[in-house]
Design a protein around this ligand. Structure first.
Ligand SMILES: Cc1ncc(C[n+]2csc(CCOP(=O)(O)OP(=O)(O)O)c2C)c(N)n1
Ligand code: SF4
Ligand SMILES: [Mg+2]
Length: 491
């Protein structure tokens, strides 16, 4: 073997320089990523980091991350990072590349992100021939949100939204994004690769590098589509998922190069720098003197009004979202302004779940609750995560017999109890959420019981569960009243 060949085949271990030394995402997980074992995203991340290293572009790379399981690109890649709204990476990448043409701008997207909600953005960025790189990780499903069908879901493939399998009559045909974009004039390079076996992985590594290199050479729009396993949602072992990509997925999505104009393409002319910011009002003929300063005081008037901000957090399966929904529905029934915002963790494995609920008399400006007046912590990790965010004078309801002393605060009220055990004694531990809700309702006293009853009956269909939940709510109210007596107050 020649020394040149030997270096091509040399195995190198170690982390690419384009990755951070430590991942600061979570204190306890700094040595690993959030991806499940066998996830294709992890492999594609490595390929991209390697390409950035090899091309020596780390200092001028700007990575535009997606919403989906690839959302944490900014935790892993030590480059410039931007998080785009779901599907918008090609539009964001366009803006970045045009304003910083010397940068290497890479959009990273899943199939839900790119082929569903972001189908317009990718189509037009490709059609304009933007000089950007797109890494498209196609696992034929919405993984992060738990397995709904995507435009790339295969015919017959069962998903949570196509439980009998995808049918052409109802969901149409799998969308062939690479082939579709290759019908456009402008794109310079489009290839579909897979992660189905080692040979495919080697080809994918080359293709990822090539799409980045094309941009370094200034050639124009390049995209690599990577058929990728998601063992968790496919409900397969990592090896089975990898084989499925090769033996099943590839039949619908053949691998290959669909467009290669890199030989003839001329480096794209960079647009001339735009006018200086201060020049813009003059060009537009706008007089900026005397424009209003903005409405910074708009919220002040709502201060004394009802403004209940609740954060509910726990493990998936504890009824976190339902607790929030009952609260919000009851608020609606009582004629209040309400918002309910669920928040799922992107990693299916740890299965955390939390939601934000606001009840107010004034219109609600944002559904986000970053500083709750009441925190309902259904497990210890949630308490640890959110206890410091509670507003002074607010409440923490904690599902645990003893409140961890290092989470104590002088300036908030605490009600700690094993609400799950109480529910278990009532008939089913899963009603622990309603025991906690009962305590919350008694503490806050903002909602009439009739509204709670109406909400419960709307959201819980089984009469058996409605009856149990009502007992749980009543017991939660009692627990709060009893706690007042214990500390010598009379309610
Ligand atoms: C505007 C908007 N709509 C919907 C969602 C919910 N959502 C989050 S990720 C996702 C789909 C993810 O699927 P995909 O892009 O294929 O990524 P994967 O998790 O499979 O890698 C959806 C619909 C969202 N976050 N924002
Ligand atoms: S759910 Fe699927 S796509 Fe998401 S991290 Fe796990 S294996 Fe990867
Ligand atoms: Mg997907």
């Amino acid at each position: 073997m020649s020394s040149e060949m030997a270096s091509e085949y040399a195995v190198s271990h170690g982390k690419a320089k384009a990755f951070y030394e430590r991942y600061e995402r979570k204190e306890e997980l700094q040595h690993q990523t959030h991806f499940c074992p066998g996830c294709g995203h992890g492999q594609v991340h490595k390929m991209l980091a390697k390409a950035i290293d090899e091309l020596g572009i780390q200092n001028r790379t700007i990575l535009v991350g997606p919403v989906g399981c690839g959302v944490f690109t900014y935790n892993y890649f030590d480059v410039g990072n931007i998080s785009a709204a779901h599907g918008r990476a090609p539009a964001v990448a366009t803006g970045v590349k045009r304003s910083r043409p010397e940068s290497i701008v890479i959009g990273y997207q899943g199939d839900g992100d790119l082929a569903a909600i972001g189908s317009a953005e990718i189509l037009h960025a490709a059609n304009r021939g933007e000089n950007i790189t797109v890494i498209f990780v196609n696992n034929a499903i919405y993984s992060m949100t738990g397995g709904q069908s995507a435009p790339t879901t295969l015919l017959g493939q069962k998903t949570t939204t196509t439980p009998d399998g995808r049918h052409t009559a109802t969901e149409g045909y799998p969308l062939h994004v690479s082939e579709l974009l290759a019908t456009l004039e402008a794109p310079v390079y489009i290839e579909r690769v897979g992660l189905g076996d080692n040979k495919q992985i080697a080809q994918a590594t080359r293709a990822v590098r090539r799409t980045v290199e094309n941009q370094v050479r200034g050639l124009g729009f390049s995209m690599v589509e990577v058929l990728s396993p998601c063992p968790t949602i496919f409900k397969m072992t990592p090896v089975e998922a990898q084989r499925w990509v090769r033996d099943v997925m590839e039949k619908t999505f053949p691998l290959g190069v669909f467009r290669d104009r890199t030989k003839d393409a001329q480096p794209r002319q960079l647009p001339e720098a735009g006018p200086a910011l201060e020049e813009i009002p003059r060009i537009l003929g706008v007089d900026i003197e005397g424009l209003p300063e903005g409405n910074a005081h708009a919220m002040e008037h709502a201060a004394e009004e009802l403004d209940l901000r609740v954060r509910v957090a726990g493990f998936g399966g504890q009824g976190v979202l339902l607790l929030g929904e009952v609260l919000a529905e009851a608020g609606l029934d009582a004629g209040l302004e309400v918002s309910w915002l669920p928040s799922y963790g992107p990693e299916i494995r740890s299965g955390t779940s939390n939601c934000h609920v606001r009840l107010a008399r004034q219109p609600i400006d944002s559904p986000l609750v970053t500083q709750p007046t009441v925190l309902v912590a259904m497990n210890e990790p949630s308490l640890r995560k959110f206890h410091s965010s509670v507003r002074p004078g607010g409440w923490i309801l904690y599902n645990g017999e003893t409140f961890p002393s290092d989470c104590g605060r002088e300036d908030v009220h605490v009600l700690a109890h094993s609400f799950t055990r109480v529910a278990d004694e009532l008939g089913d531990a899963r009603a622990g959420n309603m025991v906690m809700l009962g305590a919350l309702l008694e503490i806050t006293a903002v909602l009439p019981e009739a509204s709670i009853d109406a909400a419960l009956r709307r959201l819980v269909k089984s009469p058996k569960w409605v009856a149990l939940d009502e007992r749980a709510l009543a017991r939660g109210r009692e627990l709060y009243r009893e706690s007042l007596q214990e500390v010598g107050h009379e309610s």
